[in-house]
Write a protein that binds this ligand. Structure first.
Ligand SMILES: Nc1nc2c(c(=O)[nH]1)N[C@H]1C(S)=C(S)[C@@H](COP(=O)(O)OP(=O)(O)OC[C@H]3O[C@@H](n4cnc5c(=O)[nH]c(N)nc54)[C@H](O)[C@@H]3O)O[C@H]1N2
Ligand SMILES: Nc1nc2c(c(=O)[nH]1)N[C@H]1C(S)=C(S)[C@@H](COP(=O)(O)OP(=O)(O)OC[C@H]3O[C@@H](n4cnc5c(=O)[nH]c(N)nc54)[C@H](O)[C@@H]3O)O[C@H]1N2
Ligand SMILES: [Mo]
Length: 770
């Protein structure tokens, strides 16, 4: 490992730094001309969908949309390195478990199915048939299908997800924990209650028309770099961009478009945020409630002066329900409580409300800074309330925009990956495929971990992802996984979840998004749904990393044939031509009528979003204002005489969730090291600590369990006092399973109460002098 270096990064997001970093990735993965071709076919009408993020693409793009982190995602998949069974089998699993996540990833692509051998503590190659037979034998032997868990990560295509949920339901359970449980679940839950549909209502065209864009708890410079293109254009035409984020994030400040020759040549850049509100971690509910309160006051003043109203009273009367109770609750909230809880001043809240009131068309975007809190659902609904007050829903240039993570996480949910499916969907699925689907609700991510912990769940199967690392309460969760009789992972790369295994374990390697998927000699395309409900085709071009790889739909179909010998579903026939799977999807979901034809029009098609048509599929047929009290103060100010901080776990620039590409976080000025804690200068002083010193983090929940993460480097940062930030997943061990969003059970990994103590013990080699 290189020495850690902490050095302010003075440049805009994007720009030459992005090009240099992208070039380095190609070299690291030994990708020459082939890689360039691979990249050029990302997000093209007849190429593959970028596996990076769920931000949509401009239709009919003719030029390659450059995205540094898209390059990393593609390069990581197109790497020429191979993790063969021979290579992996050279090491005992106990040995591999001591490697860093970065080093496991760096072994390259998996090439053959492997089984764990307890006698030697090693993985070795097995045939596909024996792997499927082994899984089938375990599943058939379980006393009840609810003793098996079927996880999904959001890179899975619509076709694979549809077949997967069908297999699992024909087998007999709704146990579908999903990465969405840890991600945008509160957005779906909150929006469904408020506006009748749990998805974003805007399209890219709306970004061209918005007068103001509010961005809450999202770091697009790292996690959705292509979004910066839209924000840059909006900023250039004078739209106001209001960022709400405890951390100063470079991508929300300035951006140089690598595709803009002038900006690159002149080292110029475009400011992104017009206003930056550095609120307290978890302060968004209070901030937005404050904006609503200020808006009511502005409206009072307008009314008193005989000026036009600032509330959209016609919209409110025709389309909404519950204003009176909401308004009374907001007016009764004191400014003191709102400023204290948000960490913003009255002036800041009033200024933001004025900007909001002056904009005719407003979009609100949000990410994990909103959803990974106990009060996440309430915050999503408060943001929606703010928009409803001025009719900013269901008209051009306005609406809600939860920015999804994984490239098909939204599509997987649409395809029925859900632990609480609706009766209507199950009826239809059962009718189309001639079986009786299970009706009992299944396990979400937290319930799945609890079931394994109790020993009630015996088989864990994962279609993608890295469950052992992405989930909270690492020590407890990993112990739960180890209690299983069998753990199975369908994966592209070796990761820690393969090493934290059950009594028996299998790793099944699959084709990646960028690779040619031939069935019966014919290239197949899959489909995905982006964050704005656009469904489009994706066809890989690269030769597969190994001749032994199977596609995800094929893995599901072959497993189904082994597990369900009496199934009426023609599994193998369906996967000979993915059009056949899509025809079945169209039979089950009305929104996918004529799927195969519509998805072949350039750019694909948009799924209906009723909220964007001002049709409200709520109980009352109207959009709902939802009143919410400020979150209770659950964190003690002190624990055993030590100051308690609130820690948010965030992504560094060189990672994709649990996949660590590199050790830099360029925009935040961190190089060569990941175990850092960002902290305000005055807090350092108050603790008698200095930047460059090492600390341990201990979380404070009062449940008697010690949760501790050791040896983190203190980094002074522009962050409010009392707030800390550190990287995910190194800090997941600090989050108790029981700390999660109310009503959506997303782990509260953005608000962990912790105390800092000086690290004693072995000094870190290469620690920078402070
Ligand atoms: N390159 C890359 N792209 C990715 C990913 C990746 O890891 N790498 N992950 C993908 C996935 S699955 C997802 S879900 C998305 C995640 O994308 P983001 O939502 O951007 O994810 P995070 O980095 O977790 O944190 C977001 C921001 O929330 C801020 N924040 C923390 N706490 C609070 C708070 O209480 N209030 C407010 N207002 N802000 C807060 C942090 O400072 C940070 O800027 O990105 C997707 N795209
Ligand atoms: N503390 C904390 N915890 C968090 C978060 C946080 O912000 N803070 N964020 C949460 C969020 S938003 C999410 S979405 C989850 C992510 O949780 P997961 O989705 O479970 O994790 P990933 O790291 O995205 O999964 C990476 C693995 O997917 C496999 N993979 C990659 N491409 C493919 C493919 O095409 N097919 C298959 N089958 N496998 C593939 C590779 O083997 C790789 O190792 O983590 C959550 N956990
Ligand atoms: Mo996510």
């Amino acid at each position: 490992m290189s020495d850690p270096k902490i050095e302010f990064y003075p440049y805009p997001a994007g720009g030459w730094g992005a090009l240099r970093s992208a070039a380095r990735q190609l070299v690291q993965h030994r990708i020459a001309a082939k890689g360039t071709r691979t990249l050029l076919s990302a997000n093209q009408p007849d190429g593959f969908d970028c596996p990076g993020c769920a931000w949509p693409d401009r239709q009919h793009t003719s030029t390659f949309e450059f995205c540094e982190n898209g390059v990393k995602a593609v390069a990581a998949e197109a790497t020429s390195r191979r993790a063969t069974p021979e290579l992996i089998g050279q090491h005992r699993v106990a040995e591999l478990a001591a490697w860093s996540d970065h080093d496991l990833e760096a072994l390259g692509r998996l090439t053959e199915p492997m089984a764990y051998d307890a006698a030697t503590d090693r993985y070795h190659a097995v045939s596909w048939d024996s792997a499927f037979e082994r899984i089938a034998a375990h599943l058939r032997a379980l006393p009840h299908p609810d003793q098996a868990i079927f996880y999904t990560s959001g890179r899975t295509s619509n076709e694979a997800a549809f077949l997967y949920q069908l297999l699992v339901r024909e087998y007999g359970t709704n146990n579908f924990p999903d990465c969405s449980n840890m991600c945008h679940e509160p957005s779906g839950t909150g929006l469904k209650q408020s506006i009748g549909v749990g998805k974003g209502s805007v399209t890219l065209a709306d970004f061209e028309q918005a007068d103001a864009i509010l961005i809450f708890g999202q770091n697009p410079g790292t996690n959705h770099p292509r979004m910066l293109g839209e924000l840059r254009a909006a900023s250039r035409r004078g739209a106001r961009i209001l960022s709400f984020n405890p951390l100063r994030e470079r991508g929300l400040e300035r951006f140089a478009d690598p595709q803009n020759a002038l900006e690159m040549a002149t080292l110029g850049s475009t400011p992104i945020s017009s206003d930056y509100f550095q609120l307290r971690i978890g302060g968004d509910l209070a901030a937005v409630k404050g904006l609503c309160k200020a808006l009511f006051e502005l409206d009072d003043a307008a009314r008193a002066a005989g000026r036009p109203r600032l509330l959209d009273v016609d919209f409110i009367a025709e389309h909404t329900h519950g204003l009176d109770a909401f308004e009374a609750d907001v007016r009764a909230e004191s400014w003191d409580a709102l400023t204290e809880a948000s960490g913003l001043s009255l002036d800041q809240l009033r200024a933001a409300a004025l900007t909001y009131a002056r904009a005719a068309r407003v979009i609100a975007c949000w990410g994990m800074g909103i959803t990974q809190h106990r009060h996440a659902v309430a915050t999503v609904q408060m943001i929606t309330n703010l928009l409803l007050l001025r009719g900013n829903l269901g008209r051009p240039g306005a609406g809600v925009c939860p920015v999804r993570g994984h490239s098909n996480v939204q599509g997987d949910r649409t395809m029925g990956i859900h632990e609480k499916p609706s009766a209507q969907f199950l009826d239809r699925l059962g009718a189309v495929f001639g079986f009786e689907p299970p009706r009992a609700p299944g396990h979400d991510t937290i319930a799945a971990i609890e079931a394994m912990q109790r020993g009630d769940a015996r088989v864990f199967f994962a279609l993608g992802g890295n469950f052992a690392v992405a989930t909270p309460d690492t020590t407890l969760t990993q112990a739960a996984l180890r209690r299983c009789d069998l753990t199975v992972h369908v994966s592209t790369k070796l990761n820690r979840s393969h090493l934290v295994h059950g009594r028996e374990a299998l790793v099944l390697p699959c084709l990646g998004r960028t690779e040619l998927d031939l069935q019966n000699g014919t290239p197949q395309a899959i489909t995905v749904e982006d964050s704005m409900s656009m469904v489009h085709l994706s066809s890989g071009r690269n030769p597969p990393a190994s001749p032994h790889l199977l596609s995800e739909p094929m893995i599901v179909a072959r497993l189904a044939s082994a597990v369900l010998p009496h199934s009426k579903t023609p599994w193998r026939w369906l996967v000979e031509d993915y059009d056949r799977i899509r025809d079945k999807i169209a039979e089950v979901f009305d929104d996918f009528a004529d799927f195969n034809r519509r998805v072949r029009t350039p750019g694909g098609f948009r799924l209906r979003n009723t909220a964007s048509e001002r049709v409200w599929l709520t109980g009352s047929g109207k959009a709902h204002f939802m009143a919410h009290a400020l979150p209770r103060q659950t964190t003690p100010a002190e624990a055993a005489g030590q100051r308690v901080f609130t820690l948010a776990t965030v992504r560094a620039h060189d990672q994709y969730n649990t996949t660590v590409y590199g050790l830099d976080d360029r925009y935040r000025g961190v190089f060569g090291h990941r175990r850092v804690v960002f902290i305000h200068r005055d807090d350092l002083q108050a603790l008698g600590l200095a930047p460059g010193e090492w600390v341990d983090l201990t979380s404070v929940f009062g449940d008697g369990v010690e949760r501790r993460a050791e040896r983190f480097l203190l980094v002074e940062y522009d962050i409010p006092r009392g707030c800390l930030a550190s990287y995910y997943p190194e800090t997941n061990t600090l989050v108790p399973l029981a700390s999660h969003a109310e009503g959506a059970r997303t782990p509260a990994s953005k608000s962990i109460p912790v105390v800092l103590t000086r690290h004693v013990g072995q000094a870190e080699p290469g620690a920078p002098a402070s």
